[in-house]
Design a protein around this ligand. Structure first.
Ligand code: CDP
Ligand code: CDP
Length: 226
């Protein structure tokens, strides 16, 4: 059988989706597309233009009208790709704790999901893509050739984020990161539309205690086995 053309990678925050998917895409010569940045970009736009994310109609209208662009990184400073919101670089701003704290509210709005899912499907249809998110295998690309659901305990995932913040030289509060992650997991997995869950035909990969290389090997073996 030929190797999978469309690969869906889903899972909770800091399960390692983006790191692994990017390496996998590189090794296959595929496009790597992280759908989370789109929800983060809409959240940032709402916080800036509406000062809050509570007005569902206004946030949905924003999601339908803002222009989000993802490009290859223009600077060699650790960033994988640049994210632009109406032409302005927001790559770092979308990682702020305020965005973390509000993104799950925004992504639970059905109209926001419709607008984002349409764009993601257009990209997915072209094939040769590794797409990362929460609902790629269940909703965005239900016919994906390979579906991977990555997971790890919430404590390990919070520790990974904590380490990332510290490595950037910023102050980090483990308990605050853990609480924010728990809240996001809860909202993402209990929302009515496209909740976070493994597709019935997804392969679940637990990454607790595994290095990035070990996880990548596991997933490359799955690709070969298809
Ligand atoms: O990188 P991390 O796993 O922390 O988050 P992300 O992938 O950037 O996603 C941020 C948020 O966007 C998630 O917590 C979800 O609320 C939402 N999201 C979603 O609803 N559906 C997707 N396909 C991707 C992200
Ligand atoms: O995309 P997602 O939010 O699922 O996670 P990520 O941003 O790819 O990974 C979160 C952090 O965990 C990164 O700093 C990785 O280097 C680290 N990590 C990992 O992804 N996988 C492991 N097996 C071990 C560490």
């Amino acid at each position: 059988m030929p190797i999978p053309q469309t690969i869906a990678v889903d899972g909770p925050a800091a399960s390692g989706k983006s790191t692994i998917a990017e390496l996998l895409a590189q090794s296959l010569g595929y496009l790597y597309f992280d759908t989370g940045v789109m929800y983060r970009a809409v959240t940032l736009a709402a916080l800036r233009q509406l000062q809050a994310v509570t007005d569902e109609r206004a946030v949905t209208h924003l999601a339908e009208t803002v222009h989000i662009d993802v490009r290859e990184a223009s600077q060699d400073d650790g960033r994988k790709s640049d994210v632009l919101l109406d032409g302005v670089d927001i790559t770092w701003e979308i990682r702020a704790p305020e965005v973390d704290a509000n993104v799950s509210v925004v992504s639970a709005y059905p109209g926001v999901r419709v607008a984002m899912t349409e764009q993601q499907r257009r990209i997915g249809k072209r094939g040769r893509v590794v797409m990362v998110g929460r609902d790629i295998g269940t909703v965005v690309l239900p016919d994906a050739d390979l579906k991977v659901y990555m997971d790890a305990s919430v404590e390990e995932r919070a520790r990974r984020r904590f380490d990332e913040v510290r490595q950037r030289g910023e102050a980090a509060d483990y308990e605050a990161i853990l609480a924010s992650m728990r809240r996001r997991d809860e909202i993402d997995s209990t929302r009515k539309v496209a909740p976070l869950r493994p597709a019935d035909d997804a392969v679940i990969v637990s990454t607790d205690g595994l290095s990035i290389e070990q996880v990548l090997e596991k997933i490359q073996a799955l690709v070969k086995a298809r």
